[in-house]
Write a new protein. Structure first.
Length: 241
């Protein structure tokens, strides 16, 4: 069995070994990286995300400094691999609490490199949210007030880790801050996290919607009410803007 070299350089070499021009053409349909788009300037080389995640699993024990080197790459798949490694390493039973704290700190400290929706989604709930379950959460309010789209998305999506445990005060508080955000990529995650609250606090969700349904972006409303009955969804959508 070939021993895996746990370095950023080795990971990048593995990415290039799996590069595909056909995959690169497909990626362009899912990520907006053209001039004026949310991911303007992001560089893809054409590696299937399933392959990226498989490589991340192989490199799950990569040292923190090498993960940061990987985050610094201008190649999107490399940064996706870095965040995936972080999330997988964070989730290992044998990972010490101190290392989990270091991983959460790295995510927050290098948020400048976590700069597309999929990178946030790979790490915000699994790393930041889980780490903050029993800790001070003030950093999320700072992120929610950021001018940076991806930091605001982290603020909201991290609360998914709380919502899954029925711990909803910060979920609704962050949603209050972001419910009228002008960015579609925030609207979707606000609605998606609110949708999760229906499982444990349906009355509280409906009270939130009653305050905001008339003015909140329609996509957020649609996501939030996805688990409602067809009849109830139709009633709420009459109120959406």
């Amino acid at each position: 069995m070939t021993e895996i070299t746990l370095t950023a350089e080795a990971f990048l070499a593995a990415l290039w070994a799996n590069q595909s021009d056909d995959e690169l053409a497909k990626i362009g349909r899912y990520f907006k990286s053209g001039k004026g788009d949310y991911g303007e300037g992001d560089r893809f080389i054409g590696v299937r995300m399933g392959t990226v995640f498989a490589l991340a699993k192989e490199h799950v024990l990569m040292p923190l400094d090498e993960i940061e080197k990987l985050l610094e790459s201008d190649i999107h798949e490399a940064r996706a691999g870095a965040v995936s490694i972080m999330a997988k390493q964070f989730g290992l039973k044998k990972t010490a609490p101190e290392r989990r704290g270091e991983l959460a700190a790295l995510y927050l400290r290098r948020h400048d490199r976590i700069n597309n929706w999929d990178l946030v989604d790979l790490g915000a709930p699994q790393i930041v949210g889980v780490w903050l379950r029993d800790r001070d959460r003030s950093v999320l309010y700072t992120l929610a007030g950021s001018k940076n789209l991806w930091e605001r998305r982290t603020a909201m999506f991290a609360t998914m880790a709380f919502a899954r445990k029925g711990d909803l005060d910060d979920v609704f508080a962050i949603a209050e801050i972001l419910v009228h955000d002008p960015q579609d990529l925030i609207n979707k995650v606000v609605g998606g996290v609110l949708r999760e609250t229906e499982r444990t606090a349906p009355e509280r969700l409906r009270a939130f919607l009653d305050r905001h349904a008339d003015t909140m972006p329609r996509v957020a409303l649609r996501y939030a009410i996805e688990h409602f009955s067809a009849e109830e969804r139709a009633e709420w959508l009459k109120r959406g803007k």
